[in-house]
Design a protein around this ligand. Structure first.
Ligand SMILES: Nc1ncnc2c1ncn2[C@@H]1O[C@H](COP(=O)(O)OP(=O)(O)OP(=O)(O)O)[C@@H](O)[C@H]1O
Length: 358
């Protein structure tokens, strides 16, 4: 049985102003999150991601549908039971949400004090957590004396204080610089792997999904438009709306603005070739995918001139996919013949000349 299960979940908020229609923030979502998994939820701002996690920890109630956590149905659960359930769910936030008047120790011990844990036990647990997040020397500091990364480590330690099975992270690294993001992601990975904590991670950052998540759901307009294994969804999204979102976060796909510049600079045929080598853990189909060298050799054999004008490679836990945009020079017939001669397994997107755009 999944640890978290959502069935046809809807959440509608009343209109903010009189006469305006109500806002459907979550619109018929089905998800199953297995114990031990890191599940990413991605999508544009306003897609309904935050509302979804607030429903999972019972901070909001569903308008219709069902959410179970550890087999317990949240809908209609009395407040006391809900509070008990929340002890098993940690949450971390973009802005850390630390108590500024409390020390690091005070922040981390807070959930344990609320839960009525004996003093000696609190002291022992907080020391353990300070060690785990690498802040033993900051126990008596106040949040304003800490860097952003250190604040988030306190946030993580506080969220773990009651030993939850589930951790919800809402844009937990979005306020951090890339290096600090990397550190915090490393810590979250340890939380999953060493402590076995299941995670739901909301993010708009590719690095986060790439580093942490096993599975991902793409949300748009309150709906999950696509979900599955991270590598599959990011290397080969099946739905137009997830393709649009994915192209904004993966490396190697030019933005509309960049494309406009490329089209001016390279008036001939422009194509993006997509590769997916699958890597060591790839499926047999992915492992048989052509290498870039084979593709370049096929283009040369066809007598086509080409120039690499844009590109990038994405590595998701050793499985690699990438996009290369080439400006092709040669008569139309040769371009067509060369593209037709490319080995199977190479995605071809025409960006200019002789086909649909984008
Ligand atoms: N309490 C509320 N009352 C009214 N409308 C709300 C409320 N909370 C969220 N919404 C609306 O629901 C929709 C989804 O919001 P939500 O914050 O869940 O999206 P999101 O994907 O998390 O976006 P962001 O990344 O910007 O936080 C938005 O249109 C938002 O304005």
């Amino acid at each position: 049985m999944p640890l978290v299960s959502l069935r046809d979940v809807r959440k509608t908020f009343p209109a903010a102003t009189r006469g305006a229609p109500p806002v459907t923030a979550v619109d018929g979502v089905d998800l199953a999150i297995e114990a031990g998994e890191v599940f990413g939820i991605v999508g544009y701002s306003g897609a309904g991601k935050s509302t979804l996690v607030r429903l999972v920890n019972g901070l909001e109630t569903v308008t219709s549908g069902s959410i179970t956590v550890g087999g317990v149905e949240l809908n209609g659960l009395p407040e006391r039971e809900l509070r008990r359930l929340r002890v098993g769910i940690g949450m971390i936030f973009q802005q850390f949400n630390l108590f500024t008047a409390k020390t690091v120790r005070g922040n981390i011990s807070y959930p344990l004090r609320v839960a009525g844990t004996p003093r000696a036990e609190i002291a022992r647990r907080v020391d353990e957590l300070l060690g785990f997040v690498g802040l033993a020397d900051k126990a008596d500091s106040h949040p304003e004396q800490l860097s952003g990364g250190q604040k988030q480590r306190v946030g993580i330690a506080r969220a773990l204080a009651t030993s939850p099975r589930l951790l919800l992270a809402d844009e937990a690294t979005s306020a951090l610089d890339p290096e600090t993001t990397h550190e915090v992601l490393g810590l979250l990975k340890r939380v999953n792997q060493e402590l076995g904590v299941t995670m739901i991670v909301i993010t708009h950052e590719m690095d986060v999904v790439q580093t942490l998540a096993d599975k991902v759901a793409v949300m748009e307009g309150g709906r999950v438009v696509e979900q599955g294994d991270v590598f599959d969804v990011f290397s080969d999204p099946q739905q137009a709306s997830s393709r649009r979102f994915v192209s904004t976060v993966v490396r190697g796909v030019p933005t509309e603005e960049e494309l406009a510049v490329l089209r001016v600079r390279h008036p001939g045929a422009l194509v993006t070739l997509s590769f997916s080598d699958g890597g060591s853990s790839g499926t047999s189909a992915a492992a048989a995918a052509p290498t870039q060298a084979e593709v370049f050799a096929a283009l040369s054999r066809a007598g086509l001139g080409f120039e690499l004008v844009y590109g990038g490679v994405n590595d998701i836990r050793g499985r690699v996919f990438g996009h290369l945009t080439l400006a092709l020079t040669g008569p139309d017939a040769v371009v067509e013949q060369a593209l037709a001669s490319l080995p199977d397994g190479v995605g071809i997107t025409r960006l200019a000349n002789g086909g649909p755009r984008g």
